[in-house]
Design a protein around this ligand. Sequence first.
Ligand code: TYD
Ligand code: MG
Length: 459
Amino acid sequence: MAKRKTKFMCQDCGYESPKWMGRCPGCGAWNKMVEEVEIVGSGKRGAFAHSQGIGGQSKPTPITSIETGNEVRIETELKEFNRVLGGGVVQGSLVLIGGDPGIGKSTLLLQVSSQLAKLGQSVLYISGEESLRQTKLRAERLGITSENLLVYSETNLDEISRTIDSIAPSFVVIDSIQTVFHPDVTSAPGSVSQVRECTAELMRIGKTKGIAVFIVGHVTKEGSIAGPRLLEHMVDTVLYFEGERHHTYRILRAVKNRFGSTNEMGIFEMKEMGLEEVENPSEIFLEERSEGASGSTVVASMEGTRPVLVEIQALISPTSFGNPRRMATGIDHNRVSLLMAVLDKRVGMLLQNQDAYLKVAGGVKIDEPAIDLAIAVSIASSFRDTPTRATDCIIGEVGLTGEVRRVSRIEQRVQEAAKLGFERVIIPENNLGGWKAPKGIDLIGVTTVQQALYVTLGR
Ligand code: TYD
Ligand code: MG
């Protein structure tokens, strides 16, 4: 007989406990335990089946005798999208795509669906958030016409599963996982156990039938995909679609990818007629740069396999009250503190009583060490109120003794700078040699921060 049972479950790690706790003993997170009601003994499998396996029989096999074959990838027209996925959509893969509401997840997936449909693939777009009419209106706006694209408004996973069985599509989109419910699980749609069970079931369907499944996941206030972080462990690929609501640029980034690198980023622009790819991101990131202002430098940063030029801005002003402030957007503020300490100790710049505000213009986030030198020069430029040359590009990692260290892929970075009309590129001395600079580029190798400041600021 069916029996109701209440338990508490951590939204982050899935730790279960019979009583509520403020702090999860599993992962140590606060206020993450939520109540889940479970009906024991009903349903075909019973709830919380933890059907995480991918189905099919398997026995221990010598690794040398397993046939792989290459995974089948299908490329869409959106090259940026293909690249983030590692070169196209992999058949049978499960992709989770997260992002703030209104950022354009549905738009992106509808466009991708339509392009796949145009290639002759059958696509099933399941929306639990919008009615068929709403989806149609959006599709009209995007100019989508293809018989192969089927839209379906349903939230019951059993129905969804049956429909997939009868239609046998090659691609399925679930928009969104928080609206779908598994009838065997009694908690509300969007709860930890619902989201987890539904994802597990979709994974089983996708893997056994070789269907690529895209799942849209909403993002919580803290910025992770709502419901359990566990979801990220289960799926093959996790993409985040980010951007500021006030800007039209959107960035698609992989944070996990079993079929490719996670360093890639795809840049799109939201237009009247849907999302368009941005082919030359450096141009847009430098578009609004004001020349001759102090505190601004340009660095060539690698985003995956692609170099992107971004502007680093610094504003240094005397602290008027209390402890000096250190604020950074788009870069790690610890790195800013560290570089300020290096400037203080190795260059003798008195920065202890100065507030520092750092920003990567254009709303991108960068976390590679090759931007260190540009940050240091920006800080010094603002502190001394001396602008750098507008045609300088600065690349290099900075060590604690103030030395400038070698960075990867220097040639590609310099080429990107040349393409956009930069004239001088300041790079680590150790990166010189073994390759040739493009025409019109003046390469300057430096070994210390002090030397870099001398070259760029003249003192
Ligand atoms: P949407 O895809 O609904 O976001 P999500 O699914 O992530 O919640 O995107 C909605 C926003 O995009 C909305 O503010 C309107 C805008 N938009 C355009 O600017 N152009 C378009 O062609 C479309 C379809 C939407
Ligand atoms: Mg949507």
